[in-house]
Design a protein around this ligand. Structure first.
Ligand SMILES: NC(=O)c1ccc[n+]([C@@H]2O[C@H](COP(=O)([O-])OP(=O)(O)OC[C@H]3O[C@@H](n4cnc5c(N)ncnc54)[C@H](O)[C@@H]3O)[C@@H](O)[C@H]2O)c1
Ligand SMILES: N[C@H](CO)Cc1c[nH]c[nH+]1
Ligand SMILES: [Zn+2]
Length: 431
């Protein structure tokens, strides 16, 4: 069911032994390129045709009417509304703490540099909805964007086959958060709509949010035309555990993330042969009872593994190399171990912090980098929606003071017009 990789006694660990999904974002680029090109050239007409072909539903207009959003909220199950409200409340508290304040640095009298943070003007927020719908991703996208002060939002989420609209709870979550522009479009075509705009949707400056491999590939392809957050593609979990971990919990956590997508990935890294064996047994038992058994089996057989190592030190090397979207540390001194991790989208510390908690209610963000991109990218945050802009103000005297240094550096780069632009002012001053 889930393969075993035995790294005990291995002197040099080769990261290539670790599993990765067969279809990478790189490989999916070829599938999404014609979709994005078609949307660029033919706009709404292309969107309608692509949606009919891939999603199997005819959507005459992508924009969801305001009354439909409000009705979805009115009809929402009160327990789900209460859960969304609490998830929003917790996420707001955590994301408010990420706010950046402008700083003014006075280098000398008459010489200041302001580090100013400005929200992106218009953003497109992707909310997945293919195999299952993700109202929780509405919260994770919208809350940091609102805290950052973004002025204009559009949400896109795939149309359901029976209604041609996004999932009702996704629409309700949008209404609850005060988002009034929602489009029934999914996949790469949604990212292209955001990037190029259509008659119904003005182009955006930045696209954020999670999605399947096609969504992640479209974000990579159109990056530059739009800004993106991270490549938040098919879900991954790594668990770094010793013999203090409960194999039933570890197995449940591996299944919880394998459940997202046949391309999801789950890794247990442990120095305990007993935990490895007992987790494998538990996985086999729990899979049989799972609702989403087919997806889970494909993910566990495809790009998942139980990796046995000599010690937790080597385990740290392994999880750093795999750079999981989510890393759970379930060891005796979990906080100490977690503090030494370099590469992970988010870290869940100790036996009572499962990834599922972070998916919904921890207050943290669940839109996280995948496919090894946690080596260089961060999860979605308030920062993702801000641009840094420095504002420089010098007076004549302050400029004159640094003029000789500008002259020396400009001269060393043979950029004489640069030197002149300063000299002309300083010379004017001495006249
Ligand atoms: N990394 C994160 O932060 C994070 C968070 C939540 C979910 N996820 C991931 O989001 C994904 C959700 O996937 P999903 O499929 O359920 O929903 P989705 O909305 O991401 O994708 C559905 C869309 O994919 C398009 N599509 C499907 N097959 C295609 C094909 N063969 N060619 C081109 N386009 C195609 C369709 O147009 C459809 O609208 C999962 O992989 C899950 O693991 C990631
Ligand atoms: N585990 C996903 C992040 O990869 C987020 C999610 C949403 N709903 C359930 N899970
Ligand atoms: Zn999840």
């Amino acid at each position: 069911m889930i393969r075993r990789i035995d790294l005990r006694g291995v002197a040099e660990f080769d990261p290539h032994v670790l599993p990765r999904a067969e279809m990478s974002v790189e490989a999916a680029l070829e599938a999404v390129r014609p979709i994005c090109e078609d949307v660029r050239i033919r706009g709404s007409v292309a969107v309608r045709e692509i949606t009919a072909r891939i999603d199997g539903v005819d959507v005459a207009a992508t924009r969801v009417p305001a009354e439909t959003l409000q009705k979805a909220l009115d009809d929402l199950d009160p327990a789900v509304r209460a859960a969304l409200t609490e998830a929003i409340r917790r996420a707001r508290i955590v994301h408010e703490a990420q706010r950046r304040t402008d700083t003014t640095v006075e280098l000398q009298a008459g010489a200041t540099v302001v580090n100013r943070w400005v929200p992106v003007q218009r953003v497109g927020l992707y909310v997945p909805g293919g195999l299952t719908a993700y109202p929780s991703s509405v919260v994770m996208n919208v809350v940091p964007a609102q805290v950052a002060g973004v002025g204009s939002f559009a949400v896109a989420s795939p149309p359901q086959k029976d209604t041609g609209l996004p999932h009702p709870v996704v629409m309700a979550a949008c209404a609850l958060l005060g988002v009034d522009e929602v489009h029934a479009v999914g996949g790469a075509q949604a990212v292209a709509v955001f990037a190029y705009g259509t008659a119904e949707c003005a182009p955006v400056d930045l696209v954020t949010g999670p999605g399947n491999i096609y969504v992640a590939a479209a974000k990579r392809l159109l990056k530059g035309i739009i800004g993106i957050d991270s490549e938040a593609g098919p879900t991954e979990i790594a668990v770094l555990a010793d013999d203090s971990a409960d194999p039933r919990h570890v197995a449940a956590d591996l299944l919880s993330q394998a459940e997202h997508d046949p391309r999801a990935a789950a890794l247990l890294v442990t120095d305990s042969l007993e935990l490895a064996d007992r987790t494998a047994e538990e996985v086999a038992v729990q899979v049989k009872q799972a609702h989403n058994r087919e997806r889970i089996e494909l993910a566990l057989q495809g790009q998942s593994a139980i990796v046995v190592v000599d010690d937790i030190e080597r385990g740290l090397e392994v999880v750093d190399a795999w750079a999981a979207e989510h890393l759970e540390v379930i060891t005796r001194n979990a906080e100490e171990i977690a503090a030494r991790v370099h590469n992970a989208g988010a870290i869940f510390v100790g036996p009572w912090s499962p990834v599922s908690l972070g998916d919904y209610l921890a207050g943290s963000n669940h839109v996280l980098p995948t496919g090894g991109t946690a080596r260089h990218s961060s999860g979605l945050s308030v920062q993702s929606f801000l641009k840094g802009m420095q504002v420089i103000t010098y007076n004549r005297a302050a400029l004159a003071e640094v003029a000789p240094h500008v002259e020396a550096l400009g001269g060393s780069e043979a950029l004489h017009a640069h030197v002149e632009a300063v000299r002309i002012r300083v010379d004017e001053e001495s006249q």
